[in-house]
Design a binder for this molecule. Sequence first.
Ligand SMILES: [Zn+2]
Length: 51
Amino acid sequence: MNDWKCKKCGYELKAQKPPEECPSCKKKCEFMDISCYTPDCAATGKDTRIK
Ligand SMILES: [Zn+2]
């Protein structure tokens, strides 16, 4: 599972792949992979440095 964040509204969700349509915007938004891959953000599971 990865963490995804909508570039437009900041909506976050966990999924294998980002959705075609953002549940919040109801549009085909671009999703960023904000999954944590380093130990420093293991507590949250999300990389908050990615904006
Ligand atoms: Zn959105």
